[in-house]
Write a protein that binds this ligand. Sequence first.
Ligand SMILES: *Cc1c(COP(=O)(O)O)cnc(C)c1O
Length: 371
Amino acid sequence: MACDFFALAAPGVRELTPYNPGKPIEELKRERQLSDVVKLASNENPLGASPRALEAIENSLPNIARYPDGSGYALRESLGSHLGVSPSQITLGNGSNDVLDLVARTFVTPADEVVFSQHAFAVYSLVTQALGARSVVTPAQDWGHDLAAMQEAVTARTRLVFIANPNNPTGTWLTRARLKAFLAAVPEHVIVVLDEAYFEYVEEPEYPDGINLLALFPQLVVTRTFSKIHGLAGLRIGYAVSHPVIAELMNRVRQPFNCNSLALAAAQVACADRVHVEKSRAINKQGLQQLTEAFRALGLSFIPSVANFVCVDTGCFAMPVFEALLQQGVIVRPVANYGLPHYLRVTVGLAQENTRFVQALRGVLGARGEV
Ligand SMILES: *Cc1c(COP(=O)(O)O)cnc(C)c1O
């Protein structure tokens, strides 16, 4: 008789729904015999990586037989001086998802509760469930986090709160004043993770830099990534900035070689390449405007976003629209799993990619009588 492996799995794992990633370009080409595919589905940088980062990767190739520096010394030094923090405050991860998982594994037990918002990034519930802890999900306010509701949801059992600023998939954001008021009210037994994966894109004057809040709120853990504006999603590298004792604890849980040598080398150069970041931010700003103007012209509403993606209301169940767009070689992201069944999340691409998407969308919705 075959083993019942399902029954053997940890209780939290039995109930997990796996993360649903954006469809890879090659998969769509293979499945539908398409040659020209546009992917606006995973919030990647349409410009790619910094040319200097690519050069650093090439220069690292001869050392590929060696294990990477498990402490990530050089990258933590560079990041430390770049961010104005001590390297002892930095924890490196295999993408910032790895860091989100590390924080949870460091602090959360099955007896604990983890608070996050409706429509928040999917990884928060995944890491919580995998540990067998309880997810406490607060209702959203205008699609974003309702910090008052989150504050009320904190109990003696709460060990962790996840806040995404801006949030994915909604692109909503929190002001400095609101965030500070929340942090000031959080009891000492709660660790607050502030996920700033899209930090570099935001230009709102009231948008807070989480790292500046660390001195005031020591239980804060700020996470950032090289996957988004830095264009290194395929290399998997991200980091947390926190109190050094939190960093030291997470370091105990971290796998010894969780970041590969090519990623370490590329990230070290990427964080210093202001030109590439500026250029990426400027292109995104134009592209976001291009997309939202097109939505207005089509009479479609959307969730105002400060990031490199935007959720558009298709006016109907979005899954068939997503499928029809795939047929035209355009990959976007359905977000029904985020409680937004009528929306599609679209990553801001280059002008010609945005145009291709808008034309395909107009065709699909026009055929359905939606626009
Ligand atoms: C993309 C994203 C991340 C990080 O992704 P990594 O590639 O693992 O660094 C983290 N948080 C949010 C909200 C994101 O959208």
